[in-house]
Design a binder for this molecule. Sequence first.
Ligand code: PFF
Length: 455
Amino acid sequence: MKRGSFNSKLGFILAASGSAVGLGNIWKFPFEVSNGGGAAFLIMYLFFCFILCFPVIVSEIAIGRKTKKNAIGAFNSLGHRNWNFIGKMGVLCGVLILSFYTVVAGWVLGYVVEMVNGNFDISNNFGSYVNNIQNVFLYSILFMFFTALIVSRGVEKGIERAAKILMPSLIIIILMLIIYALTLPNSIDGIIFYLVPDFSQINLTVAGNALGQAFFSLSLGMGMLITYGSYVDSKNNIINSAALITLTDVGIAFLSGLIIFPFIFSSGIETEGGPGLIFQVFPKIFENLGDTTGVLVGSTFFILLSFAAITSTVSLLEVPVSYLVDEYKINRKYSVWIVAFIILLIGIPSALSQGKYEFFSQFITYFGSEKPIDFMTFIIDVSNDTLLPFGGFMITMYVTYIWRKKNLSEEISRGNPDYKGSAVEKYINFSISYVCPLILGSIFLITFLNKFFGI
Ligand code: PFF
């Protein structure tokens, strides 16, 4: 069976940026920013992305490209079977993320339809909307169906082609919406909130959230970039690609803040933030724009979100699929539909966790906390805030002590002859062995103990 590959450098960069840019940038980022002191959170997030995450991105791509294998097989292929637990954890984490991601993406898809129909009242009914189980299932299944359709066509004809159409469209929609947002009255207040830092809000919880957000947003720490990296040829310059992916991801998160905060502040709507933020506040904002403009801007906004989400769900599905195809030689189409089906089943508790069913809505109470949390939040805590940073940490350990930095340099310099001896090499090597493990490891450990055990 011939293994898939990206047809062009641009194709890889668009697909990997497509994975990175997702609900994390447009749905999750704004409410993390508002909980974390506006720009104070933003600054920390940028620091984590460029300083801590960048060397991990480079390492994941290098491991994938060197071995031409999936997230688990890559470790076996380098002769370190004992370390393939990093990949196993990654596949598990990808499955968990995709299970709740599909539910939220289903809400988004449903909102496109509501906006097209001018049903702005939905903002007052978000609670009952997400508990309209039939609807939620219908749209989640539909979303998974489109995702599976793209992945089943393979790397070049499916993943790469979809990214080449969706990513440029996404950027155009974002720019249009920013221009529009900045012309709204009082938009400047939103910009001030967003860009003037309130450092008093920074504490360890916020730092932990910013770290989790950086990993989630960059699709890092679960072998996604090992998988996509395995479809890249050795002429590719890994450093440049990694820089472009990071810049696109961070850039789009930043730009979406320029849409969201002016919208919120110009509408004068009081919001508590949280996961409902864009679902509860935005339809109201669109309503204030008047019927025609409201329908137009509202549906464009949720189409933007759907585009962002689908290039991410595609990459999440590709991680386990690539594993089954490589290791068990199971036909791609067959693997895709089986995995998609299983993940939909795993997502059911998340879909049921929004209030109607007490068991899932008050699923677990962590030690040292009194408030029970719902199943979806629990899965997000386990996957985003725990498994991803831990996976990233283990990658830095693996590269430093097992695979060795000289092999990393060797692989990077295959598409980048000037790399060896350069300042970038020194920076990556220093960072991967000292800065990343130290900072990543300690923030991870502290937030983990704090979140789950109240220590
Ligand atoms: N980066 C995506 C987002 O910001 O929405 C989420 C994600 C996609 C995480 C793919 C992990 C992944 F492998």
